[in-house]
Design a protein around this ligand. Structure first.
Ligand SMILES: O=C(O)CCC(=O)C(=O)O
Length: 255
């Protein structure tokens, strides 16, 4: 299959199920280099970063001063953090994919994702069911994120789970809690969550997923930190709403 037809097939899968796994998206050399940089960045602890204790998701330390309270969750602003991160998340293969999906020029948000996501065996938290669009403000809920696995991701080390087709479903406000997590204690929600899938990823695989796709992720029960490079894209005709957090940082024009 040519690159163009493979991309169109991937876009078709994303449109149908809300996410698509693209195996071997990064070369082995690129993964090795990004992994090394990721470890350096974690050791250096340069700001901006987000700590598990700030989020307080299940499994996180209760405060910054508690045991494990300095555990990093996200090394933010991947785009400015290192030129190789910037090159990887604005790579021609991603731009071509997004232009084919949106059918127009695309931008990368620097306000959302744009991070090196870590998940630690100790003090790393799980993330409940949610739509990324819950706190994002754009003209339309039509953005696509790319999750680049820098190592294997499985249910053992806290891989993502997705609900197929949920990007296109209508939900009522009371199906979500006050923090806009999808409530798993409701029978209707639980039935839907029973259809969720956790695609295992190898180092260098990518998952493209829609901003309305319900997803979650578990705890890391392995003995190694998990690293993923995550970024988000939208069409030029779908700008962030003026004055919102989505509009708080200049975006990257990808043409
Ligand atoms: O790795 C995780 O816990 C999931 C992260 C996630 O879903 C998010 O940041 O939107």
């Amino acid at each position: 299959m040519s690159t163009d037809s493979a991309r169109l097939a991937q876009i078709g899968t994303l449109r149908a199920q809300g996410y698509v796994v693209v195996p071997n998206f990064l070369t082995t050399e690129r993964v090795r280099s990004l992994q090394g940089l990721a470890r350096q960045e974690l050791l250096a602890r340069r700001v901006p970063l987000e700590l598990e204790a700030d989020l307080r998701y299940p499994g996180a330390p209760p405060s910054r001063s508690a045991a494990g309270g300095q555990t990093v969750r996200r090394l933010l602003d991947a785009y400015a953090r290192n030129p190789e991160f910037a090159a990887s998340i604005s790579a021609p293969a991603i731009v071509a994919w997004m232009k084919a999906y949106f059918g127009e020029p695309v931008l990368m948000s620097r306000a959302h994702h744009n991070c090196l996501m870590t998940k630690h065996p100790d003090y790393g938290s799980l993330t409940g069911w949610h739509r990324d669009s819950r706190y994002w403000s754009f003209a339309r809920d039509d953005l696509v994120s790319v999750w680049l696995a820098l190592g294997p991701e499985t249910t053992t080390n806290g891989a993502l789970w997705f609900v197929p087709g949920s990007h296109a479903m209508e939900f009522s406000a009371d199906q979500f809690d006050a923090q806009k997590f999808f409530r798993s204690d409701r029978a209707d929600n639980a039935a839907l969550l029973g259809t969720a899938q956790s695609p295992p990823l190898n180092a260098g695989d990518a998952v493209f997923f829609h901003s309305n796709t319900l997803h979650s992720a578990g705890l890391n029960r392995s003995d190694a930190v998990k690293f993923s490079l995550v970024s988000t894209y939208h069409a030029r005709s779908n700008p962030p709403q003026a004055g919102s957090r989505s509009d708080s940082v200049p975006e990257v024009e990808l043409g």
